[in-house]
Structure formats: structure tokens, C-alpha cells
Design a protein around this ligand. Structure first.
Ligand SMILES: Cc1ncc(COP(=O)(O)O)c(C=O)c1O
Length: 395
């Protein structure tokens, strides 16, 4: 086959390929970053569909405006404005998952071999999107408070096109930048006004500890040069990823080109999904649902933390995630991570090896454990088994 050069730049998602293998329903999976499916608001969706007037149904099944269903765009504009975004200077585009934001931004900003900075580790889905537009990724290390500023300054010398950051409930690192680190980040970035910032806030509403409130405010709402930032979020973790709806808040100046870029990808985001998202949010169901999710996921997070402390070797280290779906654990150096993965999967427990999230595909001693889609009893069973395998492999 005479494939284009694009194909050689593809970076397949190790999680997607692993998920194909995890078809056995008895497997305890800490691998995928998926919401708890038994929690999906199925009754609400049934009711909303049943009560949808014929006229609305016609709209739902029709093509729609590329930038989004007008009532949803208006609602998001109001909600973002309430959160502190300057909606005089910015506009909303509703996207087909926030994955599409990564693709739109890449299409607009990346030329072959352009440098894109990311945190290291980085969410492999976004990394894959940037690479498919022939970007070269440069990863910047983090500590427990966020990106390391001296490393960022060094990386900026490479003249990157943009930096991709997930400062809140990072996937996979489970970290949240402190307010202080956010200010330092913005201060450094302000010295490089031509380097755009892509701020990904996929998990912002899923916080489990109230002391994070000040930290998790999106940077775009208070950055002096907020026009340097493109912000995105998603309905995937607070409604259902199968509906494929995300959104971006971007400088007005970029709106038209971004809309054209999206046009050639999918013409519009499914109207049906947008109609449901609008009704879900507008009617107050979303807020109630998110509250239930926070309580449920907090219990799962707590259980996983408790079990790792109880069943895994003492020098297994991690920062307790204050929100989101992921716990990023560093396992003892003496454990061969590939063997651990093989032995655990043979016994029916899977996770993702850290290499999947390395900006430059380097091996490391981390594993990503997702607690969102597993109930507390099963979390205990899975972590206990993983702990047994860890002890067996320790030399
Ligand atoms: C940090 C982050 N950003 C973006 C996405 C993409 O989500 P979606 O395209 O479903 O909105 C994910 C999904 O797991 C994610 O973890």
C-alpha cells in the first residue's frame, strides 16, 4: 500500500490496543480511563429522549452548525462566563470529544517537525494526536506541585509552537498544580507570548477534597495574557464518553480558522448528543449527577489508596490524587515491570505500564491505575493480587 508520510508519524495508543485484549468480563481492569459504566445516567437519558418534542428530534437528527448546537453554545458561553472566562474576547466551539480539540489545534499550529512541549508523563491520546501532525514532542518533568519551572525554561529555548498542559487531576500523573506553581508557569509563559498554551481540563469537576478549590480554577480565567491560552473540557467524564462531546474556549481571532479546520473533520458534532447534553445541564440534572460521581469516585480513590498501602511493598510511592480517575504509582526498582504486567494479566488484573505515557517512549518504573470503573470490593481484590505479584518479583 502506498501510504502517505502521515502514517509513519502515527503513534498508536497502547491503551486502545490493550483494551482490545481485555474482552474477558472477569478481568479486573485498572487500565482504561473510563467512567464507571454502571453509573451512567441511563434513566435520565431515557426520560429526556422520551420527552423530546418532534421538532427537537428533527433538529437532533439533522446536520447542524459546525461550531455547535446554538442553544448549547449559548449555555456553555454563559457557564464559562460565570466561571470567570472573558467571553467578550473568546468563543466556544463544541467538538466531537475533546480529542478533536487536540486535532484542531494541531492542524492549526503544527508544521512538520515543530516542537510541542508536554508534561512528562503525558496522556497518550493527546500525544498521539500531536504526533500524527508530525510534531516532535519534548516532555517536561513534574514534581508534586506541577511542571518543574527550571525544566520548562530550558525546554522553551527549543522554540516550541505550543505547550499542552493538564494542570488539574492530570492523566496519568494524578497531580494537580498548586496555585503558586500555576502563577510561576504563567509568568514564564508570558515571556514567550508566541508560544500558545493548550489547557486541558477534562477532569476539573471531579474533585474529591475541598481544599483544592483555589488550585483548580482554570488558568485561562486569570492569566494576564489569557489570549495565549486555548482551554478545553469535555462531557466524557461527567455524562458519557460515548456521546462524544467536548468544547474549546478559544481567542475570537482563532475562531474562524478553527471552525474551518473542524468542518473538514466531521462537519459538525452529533446534534443528538448535543441536545441531550444541553437538556442534562440546563435542567440541573448534570449538577446532581456530578455530585453523585464525586462521592462514588472518592470512595474508590480512598479504597485504592488504602489497599496499595496495605498490600503493596512499602517503597511503592505515589501522590494521592485529589480528583480525576488515576493513581500513578512508582514501583520498587527491583521489580521488572514487564514481568509484573505479564504475571498480573495472567491472573486477571491489568493496568497500564508507564512507558505508554512517556513523552519519548522511555521505560520507567511507573504504572497507571485507574480507580473509576471498579467498585471498592473489586479494587481490593485486584490490588491484593497485584501486591502478591510484586512481592514475588522483588529480589
Ligand atoms: C486528559 C484528557 N484529555 C482529553 C481526553 C479525551 O477525552 P474525550 O475525547 O472523550 O473528551 C481524555 C480522555 O481520557 C483525557 O484523559
Amino acid at each position: 500500500m502506498r501510504y502517505s508520510k502521515n502514517v509513519s508519524a502515527f503513534r498508536p495508543s497502547p491503551i486502545r490496543s490493550m483494551m482490545k485484549a481485555v474482552v474477558n468480563p472477569n478481568v479486573i481492569s485498572f487500565a482504561g480511563g473510563m467512567p464507571g459504566e454502571e453509573l451512567f445516567p441511563v434513566d435520565d437519558i431515557r426520560e429526556m429522549v422520551a420527552n423530546m418534542p418532534r421538532k427537537a428530534m428533527d433538529t437532533a437528527l439533522q446536520y447542524g452548525p459546525t461550531d455547535g448546537l446554538p442553544i448549547l453554545v449559548d449555555l456553555l458561553t454563559q457557564e464559562m462566563s460565570k466561571k470567570g472566562f472573558d467571553m467578550e474576547k473568546n468563543r466556544i466551539i463544541v467538538t466531537t470529544g475533546s480529542t478533536q480539540v487536540m486535532n484542531i489545534v494541531s492542524k492549526l499550529l503544527i508544521d512538520q517537525n515543530d516542537i510541542v512541549l508536554t508534561e512528562d508523563p503525558v496522556f497518550c491520546g493527546s500525544a498521539g494526536a500531536f504526533c500524527s501532525y508530525h510534531a516532535q514532542l519534548v516532555g517536561v518533568k513534574m514534581d508534586s506541585e506541577g511542571i518543574i519551572i527550571s525544566e520548562l525554561e530550558k525546554a522553551l529555548e527549543k522554540n516550541p509552537k505550543f505547550i499542552y498542559t493538564t494542570p488539574t487531576f492530570h492523566n496519568p500523573a494524578g497531580l494537580t498544580y498548586s496555585r503558586k506553581r500555576r502563577m510561576e508557569f504563567l509568568e514564564v509563559m508570558a515571556k514567550h507570548p508566541d508560544v500558545m498554551i493548550l489547557e486541558d481540563d477534562a477532569y476539573g469537576r471531579l474533585y474529591y477534597d475541598n481544599d483544592t478549590q483555589e488550585d483548580i480554577v482554570p488558568m485561562k480565567t486569570y492569566a494576564k495574557n489569557e489570549q495565549q491560552i486555548i482551554y478545553c473540557s469535555s462531557f466524557s467524564k461527567i455524562f458519557g464518553p460515548g456521546l462524544r462531546i467536548g468544547w474549546m474556549v478559544l481567542p475570537k481571532e482563532m475562531f474562524e480558522v478553527a471552525e474551518i479546520a473542524k468542518q473538514s473533520m466531521d462537519a459538525c458534532t452529533p446534534q443528538f448528543s448535543q441536545m441531550l447534553a444541553y437538556e442534562f445541564w440546563k435542567s440541573g440534572r448534570l449538577d446532581r449527577y456530578v455530585e453523585m460521581l464525586r462521592n462514588t469516585y472518592k470512595a474508590r480513590r480512598d479504597k485504592m489508596v488504602e489497599c496499595i498501602k496495605k498490600y503493596c511493598p512499602e517503597d511503592t510511592t505515589f501522590v494521592t490524587p485529589k480528583g480525576g480517575f488515576f493513581l500513578w504509582a512508582r514501583i520498587p526498582d527491583s521489580i521488572d515491570i514487564d514481568k509484573l504486567f505479564d504475571n498480573c494479566s495472567e491472573r486477571g488484573v491489568v493496568f497500564v505500564k508507564g512507558i505508554a505515557f512517556s513523552a519519548d517512549y522511555k521505560n520507567n518504573q511507573h504504572i497507571r491505575l485507574s480507580f473509576s470503573n471498579t467498585n471498592p470490593e473489586t479494587i481490593e481484590k485486584g490490588i491484593k493480587l497485584m501486591g502478591e505479584e510484586m512481592y514475588k518479583l522483588m529480589k
